[in-house]
Write a protein that binds this ligand. Structure first.
Ligand SMILES: [Zn+2]
Length: 144
């Protein structure tokens, strides 16, 4: 999934997760900033030498590690939950791509692909991202 689409999906999910807590606008702005900044953390492997893309950073272990690390560093439930959800949504949406990800590597090297759904940058991804953007806009309208 393209970088901007990972951000859109994470924005929709994170904002939707905030709704039951009746967030105030400053909270939504902070959550939005955190989400945009962290939605592509797993793809940091693209910039790291000697690290395979969709390797360790695309496993459940790295998700747990980053989530715990962020919470221990910030002691903020909002920040940790936004980062954790963003990271998890990145992994889930990458699982819908043709290539999939190896959730439990190195315990198993099987690549998990859900429905073999979309090709990165393809029309299915664009439609899904558009639906998520629509959800995000509806959520924001409800909050305002
Ligand atoms: Zn990725």
């Amino acid at each position: 999934m393209l970088k901007k689409n990972h951000q859109i999906v994470a924005l929709a999910v994170n904002t939707g997760a905030l709704l039951p807590f009746h967030p105030q606008l400053p909270t939504v702005i902070i959550a939005t900033a955190i989400t945009i900044l962290t939605a592509n953390i797993p793809d940091i492997d693209i910039k790291l030498p000697f690290v395979k893309h969709r390797g360790f950073t695309h496993t459940i272990w790295s998700w747990l590690l980053v989530s715990l690390l962020i919470y221990s560093l910030t002691q903020s439930k909002l920040c940790a939950s936004m980062v954790s959800l963003s990271y998890l949504m990145h992994l889930i949406t990458d699982s819908f791509s043709v290539a999939g990800i190896k959730w439990f590597a190195p315990l198993t090297t099987k690549s998990h692909t859900l429905f073999k759904g979309y090709k990165v940058g393809g029309p299915t991804e664009a439609v899904f991202a558009s639906l998520c953007l629509g959800c995000y806009i509806i959520f924001i309208i409800q909050i305002l």
